[in-house]
Design a protein around this ligand. Structure first.
Ligand code: NDP
Length: 453
């Protein structure tokens, strides 16, 4: 397993995959750790999580630089990611006990009935490289605090991050085996997931990866949470604040080099404000600083891997061949590193790659629609259903439209974001299950009815 700096193409470090016996040892550690960890009071698990938040904040610079080296995220955004991980730890350190409180039911006379929430055991997480810390912390913070133990199979291009995350839990005083990283390629996930000691799995990544993991989990009757791709619509209506919509939309599409499942990808713009939106949107995008991700003022760095950058260009080139018009960008940058420029495509024909597929890079597809119904129809014209953003001056109108959009979350006059306080997840081919908030911590627990007569 090798981490490669996408800014320079240089190998940072090579890691040996864990051998079968090393994986066996980790599974055995997880099983043993779970028996003790599940018995610890929630308050104690909350205190440990608060210690993780403190360590993350102390090590922000170190972990941010690691992410930027391994996958090219601009350093300021990497620092913000470490802070967000500390925030999710703060959140569950404060609220896990309340979320998992016994639920008392109105009981038939002579009985007392309640639901208690018990952990399941070792949970396997298969995570992607795009937010190498955040994606992992999003599952670790709730699931460990609920009394489960964690096994992380991280993406093969970010092994350094996988080991750093293991380190932070060790240093915060978590018992051995409570959280472990498995350095294995994806073709060894099946074996681990089929092992009877692993009780459930969560995956964030592409549709094919989700289908493979769900199939194995299904054969073994294990619960899964899948957070897959998105092709989020960003709807700008005739009464929108166009300047704010254009500025926020440009960021929503290009944060993290556009490599985000909840990035705005398809911009559906009302005819009445189309020209003004395009002018402002393209100007904002062209103002971004594209360059060395280690520089504080860089807005967009390289793509995480050369092959991914080439895949994005292929999606753009095929879409242009099919009739899309390039308003800005559209060709890989002629320099060292996996750089693709922020790109805007208009006149996007239905069914071309940027219309029908997820584009996991800095490429915006813009559509012109004549009215609200056409905007909703285009917003829903996708296999995905992760997030959606609607821009209007009329919040009642926004909420009414939100009710007609097929998505796991809809933001009005704001970009789609994940936030520890609210459920996060998708419908349709964006997956199922929820992360974060009370919904997230309750995904991998056994809600057990206890009836006393
Ligand atoms: P993948 O979905 O292939 O990788 C995500 C994770 O799943 C990695 O840990 C990967 O391991 C693992 N994985 C892949 N295939 C399998 C499998 N058959 N069984 C078990 N685990 C598997 O993403 P890529 O890195 O290849 O990116 C491809 C596309 O996926 C992107 O362009 C984007 O469209 C989408 N994606 C979506 C993300 C999201 O946040 N929703 C995040 C990342 C990607 P390994 O690295 O070892 O292959």
């Amino acid at each position: 397993m090798k981490s490669t700096n996408p800014t320079t193409g240089e190998t940072i470090e090579t890691y040996d995959d864990h051998t079968e016996s090393e994986i066996e040892e980790r599974l055995s550690n997880a099983e043993t750790a779970f028996e003790a960890w599940r018995e610890r009071p929630v308050a104690e698990r909350e205190t440990k999580l608060a210690a993780v938040a403190t360590l993350l904040r102390e090590r922000t610079e170190e972990y941010a630089e690691l992410m930027t080296r391994e996958m090219g995220k601009p350093i300021a955004q990497a620092e913000a990611e470490v802070e967000k991980c500390a925030w999710v730890c703060d959140h569950y350190a404060e609220h896990a006990g309340r979320y998992l409180q016994d639920e008392q039911h109105a009981s038939p006379p002579g009985s007392k009935v309640k639901t208690i929430y018990e952990p399941l055991g070792p949970v396997l997480a298969i995570m992607p490289w795009n937010f190498p810390f955040w994606q992992a912390f999003r599952f670790i913070a709730p699931y460990l605090t609920a009394g489960n133990v964690g096994l992380l199979k991280h993406a093969s291009n970010v092994p350094g991050c996988a080991l750093a995350i293991e380190e932070v839990f060790r240093d915060a005083g978590y018992p051995e085996g409570t959280f472990q990283s498995l350095l294995i390629p994806s073709d060894r996930v099946d074996t681990v997931l089929s092992d009877s000691r692993v009780k459930a799995a969560t995956l964030t990544g592409s549709g094919p990866a989700g289908q493979a993991v769900a199939a194995t989990a299904g054969e073994n009757l294990k619960k899964t949470v899948l957070e897959l791709g998105g092709s989020d619509p960003y709807v700008v209506l005739d009464d929108a604040d166009v300047e704010a919509a254009a500025t926020t939309g440009a960021w929503s599409r290009n944060l993290n080099g556009g490599q985000s499942c909840i990035a705005a990808k398809r911009f559906v713009v009302h005819d009445a404000v189309y020209e003004e939106f395009i002018k402002r949107f393209v100007a904002e995008i062209e103002s971004f600083t594209v360059g060395d991700p280690m520089e504080q003022d860089t807005d967009v760095g390289p793509q995480a891997r050369q092959d991914l950058m080439e895949g994005i260009h292929q999606q753009v080139a095929e879409s242009v061949d099919a009739g899309a018009t390039v308003l800005t960008g559209g060709e890989p940058l002629d320099c060292e590193g996996a750089y693709y420029p922020p790109t805007v495509l208009a006149d996007v024909p239905p069914g071309c790659p940027v219309d029908a597929e997820e584009v996991f890079g800095p490429v915006a597809a813009v559509y012109r629609v004549s009215d609200e119904d056409a905007a909703i129809e285009k917003a829903n014209d996708t296999e995905f259903g992760l997030g959606a953003s609607i821009w209007t001056d009329d919040l009642d109108r926004g909420e009414r439209i939100a009710g007609r959009i097929d998505a796991g979350c809809t933001y009005i006059n704001e970009l789609v974001k994940s936030d520890p306080r609210v459920p996060f997840g998708g419908v349709k081919e964006s997956g199922y299950g929820r992360e974060l908030s009370e919904a997230g911590i309750k995904e991998f627990v056994n809600p057990k009815t206890v009836w006393s007569q």
